[in-house]
Design a protein around this ligand. Structure first.
Ligand code: GLA
Length: 390
């Protein structure tokens, strides 16, 4: 993988890169749509992601190429005009702008080459991986050792919120920046305190199934969910001294649900608060080695996302329903923002192959398309690829 990115850079720009690095995508095991409500999430970085090669320039030009978007060729931008162009390059350019605004002024340009193996628009955070990777490359090239990986996650989120215009939480960028091999991350999105939780790999395999559905409405519907949560919080704050929805227990919420007039908004908050409690319960179950209970909570999470938060779709529901009936499966749910994308399945390792073929034939029969499967391992966060095989 390293040689490939090294070569792409050299071929495109006519000289060798100074640095090559990798940033992973992520899969969220449980804790969905809680990270902008001050709640807990439980993602892990995966061993699919994006590699990048970069070098610093002496002028103020930024040049970017991606093997995944050959049609755009080399894109050129300038530090003096960093504005969105509604292409993939907005992700790295937004990060350079955020780096410049929040960390240190960037005064010289860069050349970048990227190549990824994450399916695009599948909810495995290819955008967060690209953001974290760019932040990392910039940090290393500027030799700014004061910037931690957590800060790289925050810079990525800042850019996504301000430059791209999606009001995402911190989960995706945090997982890509802070992942650890064979561990999930229990993250409190309010305080950014986190713990690594070992995944018992010999008992449970993580299988991702891509529905192949890409909903173009995903970002506007996402922002709409955020607004609904904000409405709920404002209504609840009339009587409760609470800073975010996930600061509430289900008991407190049930006692104050009457403060929210709108029935849809009421269901949104029921999801957020119950999902936060489920996430904490799931982390406890995993700690005790109770993967069966973890799987049950995953299914509950899916039903709540489907019925109360309404971010699933019929294809994802079908995949979860089919998975649930397979004897090797502990649990299954949609993962990520929703409206398409992937399911995450926790499976007895010996059953992974039979599960994948069962799901494939059922999905093909129902929708006439392949559901691509990935058996992934929880991997480490963004890092340099040290050994240049050239
Ligand atoms: C997207 C966002 C995350 C998170 C999830 C839903 O992936 O980028 O911040 O809100 O949706 O859990």
């Amino acid at each position: 993988m390293n040689k490939k990115i090294f070569d792409l850079f050299s071929r495109s720009f006519g000289y060798s890169p100074t640095i090559t690095a990798f940033a992973p995508g992520r899969v969220n095991l449980i804790g969905e749509h809680t990270d902008y409500n001050g709640g807990h999430v439980f993602p892990c970085a995966i061993d699919l992601g994006i590699t990048g090669a970069a070098a610093i320039r002496s002028d103020r030009t930024i040049r970017l190429i991606s093997e995944n978007f050959p049609e755009t060729g080399i894109i050129e931008a300038s530090l003096d005009e960093m504005i969105p162009s509604h292409r993939w390059s907005d992700y790295p350019i937004g990060v350079i702008k955020s780096f410049s605004e929040t960390i240190e002024e960037v005064t010289c340009g860069f050349d970048f080459a990227f190549s990824g193996n994450l399916p695009d628009g599948a909810g495995l955070s290819s955008s967060a991986a690209l953001e974290v990777l760019t932040g990392f490359l910039v940090r290393e090239l500027l030799e700014n050792e004061n910037v931690s990986n957590e800060q790289l996650a925050l810079i990525g989120q800042h850019s996504e919120n301000q430059f791209i215009g999606v009001k995402c939480g911190i989960m995706d960028q945090f997982a890509s920046a802070m992942g650890k091999e064979d561990h999930a991350i229990l993250l409190n999105s309010d305080t950014l305190k986190f713990e690594y939780a070992p995944i018992p790999c010999s008992d449970a395999a993580i299988v991702i199934i891509n529905s192949g559905v890409k909903h173009s409405l995903a970002s506007s519907a996402y922002n709409q969910r955020r607004d609904e949560c904000q409405q709920a919080l404002t209504a609840l704050q009339k009587e409760l001294d609470v800073m975010s929805l996930c600061g509430l227990s289900m008991k407190q919420l049930n006692e104050h649900l009457h403060l929210i007039d709108n029935e849809i908004v009421r269901r949104r908050v029921l999801h957020a608060v119950s999902e936060n409690e489920r996430t904490l319960a799931a982390a406890k179950a995993l700690e005790k080695g109770d993967i069966v209970e973890f799987g049950r909570l995953m299914l509950e999470s899916h039903y709540s996302l489907r019925d109360d938060y309404e971010v699933s779709c019929k294809e994802l529901d079908f995949l979860v329903d089919t998975a649930r009936k397979h004897t090797g499966v502990y649990g299954s749910r949609m993962t990520g923002g929703g409206f398409g994308g992937c399911t995450v399945n926790l499976i007895r390792p010996y059953a992974a192959e039979s599960f994948i073929s069962a799901i494939n034939s059922a999905y093909k029969k129902e929708y006439g398309i392949e559901a691509k499967a990935y058996i992934v391992r929880a991997g480490s966060g963004v890092c340099r690829i040290d050994e240049c095989e050239v």
